[in-house]
Design a protein around this ligand. Structure first.
Ligand code: NI
Ligand code: MN
Length: 239
């Protein structure tokens, strides 16, 4: 798949690393070191410039604090989640809320709705983390992707399509805590993407939805079933 210089790597579950044409590294949902689906050779990122956090559950921000300590990235998230991460050492938060767009280095990030919960487990305390969200990311080469975070299907995905028309969408299909294949197929009807990358399946036994079941329900849409640690798109090397 040609992403015009953007390289996309699935690190398992809902975690993606994106290498931009400008050489920056963006991690969506930093659950890496403790993510059982992340291959060992991906567990120590060389550098991280930006974290995009969809919500405060452990399987999404489980390694955010450690990565912030090691790499001091810019951190994008809901104000409540960013506030908690600041208490844990984040120095460069770029908080925002749904409907907003901001430029973070060489990308444009729009925070969009997700239909899910968002508490942060901090030791034996459960802390209010704002709301769960998704992100539409536009790269300097014009490519637009949508990472839905953890969510059920919702009708306003049609608005995401109308306003941003993302070419590639990452949708949870695992069921139980998010959409399963049936709901994700309906989401594709609303989003009409060029390609779908299934995520949030198989990591735990209850996440029973499979790309196979999903694929059967979306004839005509390219389903890109990624392998953790394997990239799509290619970096453009200049000079
Ligand atoms: Ni969640
Ligand atoms: Mn989750």
């Amino acid at each position: 798949m040609n992403l015009n210089g953007v390289q996309l790597t699935w690190l398992g579950h809902a975690t993606f690393r994106i290498d931009t044409p400008g050489g920056r590294i963006i991690i969506i949902d930093p659950w890496i070191m403790n993510n059982p689906a992340c291959p060992p050779f991906e567990k120590k990122p060389k550098h991280v410039d930006v974290l995009l956090c969809t919500h405060g559950h452990g399987d999404h921000i489980g390694d955010a604090v450690e990565i912030i300590k090691q790499h001091n990235p810019q951190v994008v998230g809901m104000p409540e989640l960013c506030g908690w991460l600041e208490k844990k050492g984040a120095k460069q938060t770029a908080m925002m809320n749904k409907g907003g767009t901001q430029k973070i280095g060489d990308i444009k990030v729009t925070m969009v709705h997700a239909d899910h919960s968002c508490g942060i487990q901090d030791g034996d305390q459960l802390i209010y983390g704002g709301e769960a969200c998704g992100y539409v990311v536009e790269f300097e080469n014009g490519l637009k992707i949508y990472h839905a975070g953890d969510t059920n299907v919702f009708g306003d995905m049609a608005i995401i399509r109308d306003l941003y028309a993302p070419e590639i969408v990452m949708l949870p299909i695992g069921d139980h805590f998010t959409m399963g294949p049936r709901e994700a197929a309906y989401a594709c009807k609303l989003l009409r993407p060029k390609a779908v990358i299934p995520m949030h399946f198989g990591t735990f036994p209850v996440l029973t939805g499979t790309p196979r079941d999903f694929q059967k329900l979306v004839p005509g849409i390219e389903v890109v079933t990624m392998t953790p640690g394997v990239s799509i798109g290619q970096l453009v090397t200049t000079g």
